[in-house]
Design a binder for this molecule. Structure first.
Ligand code: SF4
Length: 218
């Protein structure tokens, strides 16, 4: 349930402007060449690490084990060694193997395309599930990670404390055609301009609307 106090003072046109500007600055990554299963594994690997480590670990794993069946049958130590680059590799390897087995045994080897089913999988929270919907199935969803949460609050699109609240508010206020591109664009914006520490205001196209900048808060 969204509280009015959590909703910022932006019009739909202003929200479209933000996404359009981000699309002008960054090339949106769609991951359309990946299967939903590969997206799911990649998203599990991406937890608490950088994109380049995620990419290396994901490529390394799928260069050796090509299918869900092969990953499910692989020794967990071998998976861990292949995904070492992603950090927390023992935990992530065990999770990937467990999820692969569950998908084979309970879902006929097909990754579900609904949030309710995806979050039943061990270690799959709303952010991961929403990433699978957006990047694996190209379905309208809003994955809220630390970047989307921080930037939405800095801009004043939302006034929230938790990423789950941010997702709820964005789903309420953001025109649906903006859901799909939002995550990847805000992630790149957060990595390059609106960084967690020392945001690069001078490079930002939103200084005339950003609440944090206007109020001199950071
Ligand atoms: S003006 Fe600064 S704080 Fe606001 S969105 Fe841009 S970089 Fe982030």
């Amino acid at each position: 349930m969204v509280d009015d106090k959590q909703i910022g003072n932006y019009t739909e046109d202003e929200m479209k402007y933000i996404v359009d500007e981000l699309e002008d600055i960054f090339t949106r990554r769609t991951f359309e060449e990946m299967t939903p299963y590969e997206v799911l594994v990649r998203t599990i690997l991406s937890q608490r690490t950088r994109d380049e480590n995620t990419d290396k670990a994901s490529e390394s794993l799928f260069s050796v084990y090509h299918t869900m069946e092969e990953v499910a049958d692989a020794p967990v130590e071998d998976i861990a060694e292949l995904v070492r680059q992603a950090g927390f590799y023992n935990v992530k390897a065990a999770r990937i193997k467990e999820v692969s087995n569950i998908l084979l045994e309970e879902y006929d080897g097909i990754v579900p395309d609904t949030i309710d089913e995806l979050i039943k999988l061990p270690g799959v929270g709303r952010k991961t599930a929403n990433c699978v919907l957006v990047f694996g199935f190209q379905k309208d969803a809003i994955p809220v990670d630390v970047h989307v949460h921080r930037i939405s609050n800095r801009l004043g699109l939302v006034h929230t404390k938790e990423p789950e609240e941010t997702e709820d508010v964005l789903r309420e206020i953001l025109p649906q055609e903006l859901w799909l591109p939002l995550n990847d664009l805000m992630v790149q914006f957060g990595q390059n301009i609106c960084k967690p520490i020392n945001p690069q205001h001078e490079e930002c196209p939103f200084t005339d609307m950003c609440q944090t900048y206007i109020e001199g808060l950071e």
